[in-house]
Design a protein around this ligand. Structure first.
Ligand code: B12
Length: 331
């Protein structure tokens, strides 16, 4: 089923993809399975194909748009009367992965929740005023990219200060959701099915001892965030000197290199904020794979890390994280 759906979304066949999902639903496959296994499973493959440079960004975008459409078609056929509480679902500020939360929204609706779905990129203050207007029982907060963790922390703190418990989710919270608790979330779930179970039983959790703080960043985090443009621009300049192949780069290649440098700085900042070197080293390992699939040698990334590190000599934790990243590339 997944392969067939993947083929259709990859071919940009919107009608075919919607038809496949509705036919499977008619033939008795539960909506939950279609959402999680077929649409979700295909999206995971889309990510792998993009990372391996087998699919272009445009093809990924088109496929995701069709998956959204198929999910909406399925949602139209499943009208469940709310019997549980009210949940607000939002992606944190700067987080654009709305589809996983859309899946979560539909799964919770199927389980009888009244859902307010706010979608991608919800700035903290807007989320809080929405909570004051609607008074939900729980906020489900998504963070798929670790760079958004400082914003996730601010949002979690604000929700809990408003007296509303938070369930967190998305791969940005780290393996097993290990950063979610550190940032004050009441609970974490790996996926929509686990979230449905978690919210149906023993909710809200009572054994919480919230250590709420609106800010975890130290002097090093603050320096990196405040000097972000300078760190990136200087690194780009030094990179051209240290990695001569860059002089032949087209504008498009230069733009994606600048984007990669921005990611280096942003993941470093997130790692500093949460005090977790793994956030940075996981990012380096992932970027290395993505760049190698595009024919960029590991040395280019290593030089990129060196140029950032050269500017952070007085910041020992940041420098050590960069060294850990470089060590990984030397293996
Ligand atoms: C589509 C997509 C996009 C689209 C999203 C559009 C949309 N409308 O959603 C766009 C183009 C915007 C995008 C952008 C980027 N993306 Co993207 N994206 C994807 C992709 C291919 C699919 C996402 C998806 O729908 N997954 C399907 C669902 C089923 O995934 P899932 O994680 O299993 O979902 C479950 C859980 O996460 C959980 N969950 C999620 N949120 C919550 C919240 C709560 C409360 C709970 C309880 C549970 C929960 O429940 C979900 C349902 O079971 C993924 C690949 C992947 N494996 O997910 C990459 C992926 C997530 N993206 C990635 C990256 C790097 C990016 C960019 C940085 C790319 C770039 N260079 O610009 C940007 C970042 C944008 C941003 N700031 O948010 C990487 C992240 C890698 C990493 N190091 O963390 C991935 C993994 C791709 C890859 N293979 O490398 N992306």
């Amino acid at each position: 089923m997944v392969d067939e759906f993947l083929q259709l979304v990859g071919d940009g066949d919107e009608y075919g993809a919607v038809e496949l999902i509705t036919e499977l639903h008619d033939s008795g496959v539960p909506a939950e399975r279609l959402m999680i296994d077929v649409i979700g499973g295909a999206q995971t493959r889309v990510g792998e194909l993009w990372a391996a440079n087998e699919w272009s960004v445009a093809r990924e975008h088109a496929a995701t748009a069709i998956s959204e459409r198929a999910l909406a078609a399925l949602a139209l056929r499943t009208n469940v009367k709310p019997t549980r509480g009210r949940v607000t679902i939002a992606c944190v500020d700067g987080e654009w992965h709305a589809l996983p939360t859309r899946m979560l929204a539909e799964m919770l609706r199927l389980d009888g929740w009244r859902v307010d779905f706010l979608g991608a990129n919800v700035p903290g203050p807007h989320l809080i005023s929405h909570l004051h207007q609607t008074g939900p029982d729980v906020v489900a907060l998504s963070c798929m990219i670790a760079t958004r963790l400082p914003r996730a922390h601010a949002a979690i703190t604000a929700c809990r200060t408003a007296g509303i418990p938070v369930i967190a989710g998305g791969r940005g919270f780290g393996p097993g959701g290990r950063y979610a608790q550190h940032l004050g979330a009441d609970a974490w779930a790996a996926g929509a099915e686990e979230a449905v179970r978690r919210l149906a039983h023993n909710w809200p959790p009572h054994n919480q001892d919230p250590q709420l703080s609106a800010f975890l960043g130290d002097e090093e985090y603050t320096y990196v965030v405040r000097h972000r443009p300078e760190l990136i621009n200087t690194a780009m300049r030094q990179l051209t000197e240290a990695y001569p192949a860059m002089r032949e780069y087209s504008q498009r290649q230069l733009d994606s290199t600048a984007e990669d440098m921005a990611h280096i700085v942003d993941f470093l900042a997130a790692a500093l904020y949460v005090s977790e070197t793994a956030i940075f080293t996981d990012f380096v390992a992932w970027t290395n794979e993505v760049l190698q699939a595009r024919g960029v040698p590991a040395v280019a990334l290593r030089v990129g890390l060196e140029t950032v590190q050269a500017q952070l000599r007085d910041y020992p934790t940041a420098a050590a994280m960069l060294t850990a990243g470089m060590r990984l590339l030397n293996q």
